[in-house]
Ligand binder design. Sequence first.
Ligand code: CU
Length: 123
Amino acid sequence: MQSTIILILSLLLIGAIIWWFFGNHEEQAVAATKDADHQTANIVVKGGYSPSTVVLKKGVSATLNFDMKDSTACLSHVVFDKLGVDRDLTKQAQTSIEIPTDQAGEIDFACGMNMFHGKVVVK
Ligand SMILES: [Cu+2]
């Protein structure tokens, strides 16, 4: 009897681990707010990026505002590999980063250790 319980608990644990690593629990993409010639999106940095996907309109200049609400070293930097951008988010409450929108596509970003990820979709 006891071994059956242990077996069931083990299976549940394995299931939870698989879900955590491979499950599709990604947040819904959020579109930037825009006026005539500029668009902005706010991303809250707290145990990850919220929202983790931002959709930008191609050809309209764009700013991402990172709202720093996390005190761990892990998220202290945000890195846009493709853009050659590596910014320290801890110097001010909000860090603005200009995103080029001349080309459609995806621009990934991550924390300095490449553990938390987000992306910008230009279309
Ligand atoms: Cu990290």
